[in-house]
Design a protein around this ligand. Structure first.
Ligand SMILES: [Zn+2]
Length: 279
């Protein structure tokens, strides 16, 4: 780690520590500092892709996806009880997001439910969330487990994993960072469309997955969702075939004993945050 990164990292850790402490003090001046998960700062590589551009591309791709689902009669309407349930979970998680990414304050969060047997869920950059009925129904998810999936997916967006992945792929990021002066608006439009398509098929690294597991766990605990649900969730995933390259979400999120043990080891670290949120 270079000096600059190290300095930034410790500033970031200090900031996280301060936020944790400030929260604890608000409850009781006698309360001890509450433990948190340990993760590093997000990748600097991501800065090669302008966040605004990626969020715009994601919003366009999301709108396209919703329009397709609507045309097939597969987009849940506002009165759908399952949709109301996942929106309720999101409503508790969203207020906890800004501490992980300042930009999240301006995001136009959206949560939709798609009627499909697929075991799938995602959150695109900029806070565009979709759940497929398959994952809720087949895994018989509790609200706490839904919060764990949603927290994990939100964490990918908040920690800008897609932004870093895209920056690494095909030099797209380098070209984008040159901006419209050199590229002409048509080419920029093509690249934005290309980024949008990439977002739906993106495969994150193991490090990104671990990062999203931990940040998601803390996010959910801060919103008052039981951290133990992270373990029961991945046990259900493993039973559904997550260990052997199962369909949809399971193919990109293998659930092995290592993942479950790592989450179990981190549950005590966020237990204090969970109990505080439950009051
Ligand atoms: Zn993931």
């Amino acid at each position: 780690m270079c000096f600059l990164c190290e300095a930034k990292h410790s500033a970031w850790v200090r900031r996280r520590a301060f936020l944790g402490l400030a929260g604890a003090v608000a409850v009781s001046t006698a309360a001890p500092a509450i433990a948190q998960v340990q993760v590093g700062p997000p990748s600097n590589l991501r800065k090669l892709v302008p966040a605004e551009q990626l969020e715009l591309a994601a919003a366009q791709e999301y709108a396209k996806l919703l329009a397709d689902a609507r045309a097939k009669g597969a987009l849940a309407s506002a009165g759908n009880p399952q949709l109301q349930r996942i929106r309720g979970v999101a409503g508790r998680l969203v207020p906890q997001t800004a501490q992980w990414n300042d930009r999240a304050r301006q995001w136009q969060w959206e949560v939709n439910l798609l009627g499909s047997k697929q075991l799938n869920a995602f959150c695109m950059p900029g806070g565009k969330i979709a759940f497929y009925t398959g994952i809720i129904d087949q895994l018989k998810l509790t609200d706490d487990e839904i919060a764990m999936i949603m927290g994990h997916e939100m964490a990918h967006a908040l920690r800008e994993h897609a932004r870093a992945r895209i920056a690494k792929s095909q030099g797209t990021g380098t070209l984008l960072s040159l901006g419209s002066k050199l590229l002409g608006l048509g080419q920029l439009g093509d690249m934005a469309a290309n980024m949008g398509t990439q977002l739906l098929t993106l495969k994150f690294s193991r490090e990104d997955e671990t990062d999203a597991d931990l940040v998601g766990l803390e996010l959910a605990a801060r919103a008052g969702f039981n951290p133990q649900a992270s373990v029961s969730l991945w046990e259900k995933m493993a039973q559904a075939g997550g260990g052997a390259g199962g369909p949809g979400f399971l193919s990109t999120h293998p659930s092995g004993p290592e993942r479950i043990q790592h989450l179990q080891a981190n549950v005590p670290k966020v237990q204090g945050l969970y109990l505080r949120a439950r009051g």
